[in-house]
Design a binder for this molecule. Sequence first.
Ligand SMILES: C[S@@+](CC[C@H](N)C(=O)[O-])C[C@H]1O[C@@H](n2cnc3c(N)ncnc32)[C@H](O)[C@@H]1O
Length: 395
Amino acid sequence: MVNKNSTEGFFPSAGNGNFEIIAKTFRGLEDVLADEIKGIGGRSVRKGTRVVMFRGNLETLYRVNFQARTALRVLKPFASFTARNEDELYREAGRTDWPAVIPSGNTFAIDGTLASRWFNHSKYIALRVKDAIVDQFRDRTGKRPDVDTDDPDIRINLHISDDRCNLSLDSSGESLHKRGYRTGTGPAPINEVLAAGLVLLSGWDRKSNFIDPMCGSGTIPIEAAMIAWNIPPGVYRKKFAFEKWPGFDRELFENIYNEDRAEPEVPPVIIGSDYSAASLGIARDNARNAFLGRKTIFRISAFEDIEPPAGGGVIITNPPYGERIRQENAKAFHMVIGDTLKKRFAGYEAWILSSNLEALRHVGLRPERRIVLFNGPLECRFVKYSLYEGSKKQK
Ligand SMILES: C[S@@+](CC[C@H](N)C(=O)[O-])C[C@H]1O[C@@H](n2cnc3c(N)ncnc32)[C@H](O)[C@@H]1O
């Protein structure tokens, strides 16, 4: 039993066994994240929509935050109940022993997400739970904890799925896609978690040539280099929310942080190119921030003029989307993409991420795989083309 004014037993410590953990991701990356979590040591791994649930101990929780490339946020659930209106939500949230969750003198913040016919506004549900917390504190202690939305000591996550309400401790803090290396962006940067997911989904062997011929701010080549060199995405981050939890095990986390990591025996050639000098400047800065300046090559080139290195490899790119270029131009450009791939990239596997499903048809090569993914709210296809010597363009 948790003592009313004690955090003992509520926050996990190294002595605890396994507990339930939830990692959030983008739709379409659940399989990749589940594989990552199994590799990190998660047990009883189950997949949902945009989430992977599993069991693990404190080390697993730290590791998934630090190492999983396709996790956006890692939660430790602590209360679950049903509610169909704000009053029920307030009442049920009030049953949690909040002084055990928010140690005295700590600040807190609460984020709400929902997919429900009973509730409409995620901000409002979060506000109702905040009221339940503050009122309980005031009744019990005469004091109320302060809310700090920027840098709280304790971050709480409320998720409502229909009438099922789940309260969790947020162990990550800022979304994990904010690795910390990207100081600049081009006009339409891809999310880092999605970029890593594309590289993992492609099955790139981490040895052969890797090219993003429309690399913008360089996110895909940078994530590819991190994968090839076994660099955990968390090394660039300044902080994780769990570092402020009572009982934070600094030694355990530092051991994970400082672990030896195998470097590739044969370093792969990783190239990003773009026709925009401004974007390439940003890409080079970002690669340097990630200490990958010497492990990546950024070159100015129009896609149509690229001379790829011999020996084949993998191309992953997200061309400009239809929202930014007119549909007619998009179709014509996708035809150019298909022609260029066929003419110049024999021996390569090409993967294209696009939300412009109509324009994608104009690539004119036979797709070998099609994966549905979401780039923010945009539904996309991640399509694979294998470019054999003498690949035929379809009519
Ligand atoms: C959607 S953005 C790529 C964003 C990138 N993945 C990132 O994370 O920043 C598309 C990029 O394609 C580039 N581009 C468009 N047409 C091109 C062409 N014909 N040759 C080379 N680059 C091109 C643009 O300059 C832009 O940087």
